[in-house]
Write a new protein. Structure first.
Length: 318
C-alpha cells in the first residue's frame, strides 16, 4: 500500500504518468492480491512462486496490512482524477462519476468501462457551460513499449494495435506529454470521449543483471500480471515451459474465480520417464490466471516467472 501512496505524491509533484503506472500495477497486483476473494483473509507478502505452503490468514498479531487494505479500497476514488484551474487529469480507468471545479466552472465526468478486462473507456463530459480546458488521459506504459518505468524489465514482443482516441465519434486532436494524451478544446455539455487501449497478451523479460530472471518470462494483459496455478494445470506448474514462439490466447471464464480473463496456450511440459532418471518434453494446453486471484482454491503450486527453455525447467519431486 505504501507504493500507492508514495507514487500518488510523486505524480502530484511532477505530473508524470509513470508514477501512476506504478500505482496502477501496485493496485491491481500487489494490493489486490493481499485480499482474498471472500474479503476476509489476508497476505502480508506477495510471493512470485509457491510450493503450496502459502495461505492467506484471518488475522495477524501485528495487523497493519488488513486495516491498510481496507483504508486503501475506501480511498480509491482519490486516485482516479486530478485537476487544477485549467485542466483535468484522468489517471485510473474504472466506472465512476465525479465533478471538479475549474476556473470557468464545474465539470462533471462519468466513466463507463469494463476495464481491466476490456480496453474501451467511454467518458461523458458535462461542463455546466461551454468552456475550454485540457483533458489529460493517461497512456499506460503497458499499452506501448514500457513494461515498467526504468530498464529492469522489458517487453519481448511489440504491440500490434495502437491507442485510439475519439471525441464525439471522430478522431481526436491530441498530443502526448509526460505520458498523457492531452486534448485541448472547448468542451460542451454531452461531449463523449472514447479511449481504446490495446489489450494484448504481452511477454515480459528481466534484465540479464537480474540473475533469477534469466531465460524466464512473465505474462501480462492490460495492467494485470498473470501466474500459473496448480488447479488449472493438472496440479503442477514447475514443469511448464513457455517458449517465445507459442501463440497465447485470452479467454473469458465467468465460472472461474468470480469471473476472470485467462491466458491459454499449448506450452511445453517436462515429464519424468518411467526409469526415473530421464525426462521427456510434451505439448499440452496450459492456463494462466490473474495473479491477484491465486490461492483462493486452497494450497497449490504457483509460479509467475516461467522458464522459456527446457534447460530452466524444474521437475517437481525429482
Amino acid at each position: 500500500m505504501g507504493l500507492v501512496f508514495w507514487n500518488q505524491r510523486m505524480f502530484l509533484m511532477t505530473g508524470e504518468a509513470k508514477y501512476v503506472d506504478v500505482l496502477e500495477r501496485s493496485l491491481y497486483n500487489g494490493a489486490l492480491d493481499g485480499l482474498s476473494l471472500s474479503g476476509d483473509r489476508f497476505f502480508y507478502g506477495n510471493p512470485l512462486e509457491s510450493e503450496g505452503r502459502h495461505a492467506r490468514r484471518e488475522w495477524f498479531g501485528t495487523a497493519c496490512c488488513p486495516s491498510n487494505i481496507a483504508r486503501l479500497i475506501a480511498s480509491l476514488g482519490n486516485y482516479c482524477y486530478a485537476h487544477n484551474d485549467r485542466a483535468v487529469w484522468v489517471n485510473l480507468y474504472a466506472g465512476n462519476n465525479t465533478a471538479v471545479q475549474l476556473a470557468q466552472g464545474r465539470v462533471a465526468i462519468a466513466q463507463q468501462t469494463n476495464y481491466p478486462w476490456d480496453g474501451l473507456v467511454k467518458m461523458n463530459i458535462q461542463p455546466e457551460k461551454k468552456m475550454a480546458f485540457a483533458l489529460h488521459l493517461r497512456l499506460p506504459g503497458w499499452a506501448g513499449t514500457e513494461a515498467s518505468p526504468g530498464d529492469l524489465y522489458h517487453f519481448l514482443d511489440t504491440i500490434k494495435a495502437g491507442i485510439q482516441i475519439l471525441v464525439n465519434g471522430q478522431p481526436a486532436d491530441w498530443h502526448a506529454e509526460k505520458g498523457y494524451a492531452i486534448i485541448q478544446r472547448s468542451w460542451r455539455p454531452g461531449d463523449v470521449v472514447e479511449l481504446q487501449l490495446p489489450m494484448e497478451v504481452r511477454r515480459i523479460a528481466a534484465s540479464e543483471e537480474l540473475a533469477a530472471g534469466i531465460n524466464r518470462v512473465a505474462l501480462q494483459r492490460g495492467p494485470l500480471l498473470y501466474c500459473f496455478e496448480g488447479p488449472d494445470n493438472d496440479g503442477e506448474v514447475f514443469n511448464i515451459i513457455i517458449p517465445d514462439h507459442i501463440p497465447l490466447q485470452k479467454s473469458w471464464r465467468a465460472d472461474l474465480l468470480g469471473g476472470v480473463m485467462t491466458i491459454t496456450g499449448d506450452a511445453s511440459v517436462v515429464l519424468p520417464n518411467a526409469d526415473g532418471q530421464s525426462m521427456s518434453t510434451w505439448r499440452r494446453q496450459v492456463t494462466a490466471i490473474p495473479y491477484y486471484a491465486w490461492n483462493n482454491r486452497g494450497p497449490a503450486h504457483m509460479q509467475v516467472w516461467m522458464p522459456r527453455k527446457v534447460a530452466r525447467a524444474r521437475v517437481w519431486g525429482n
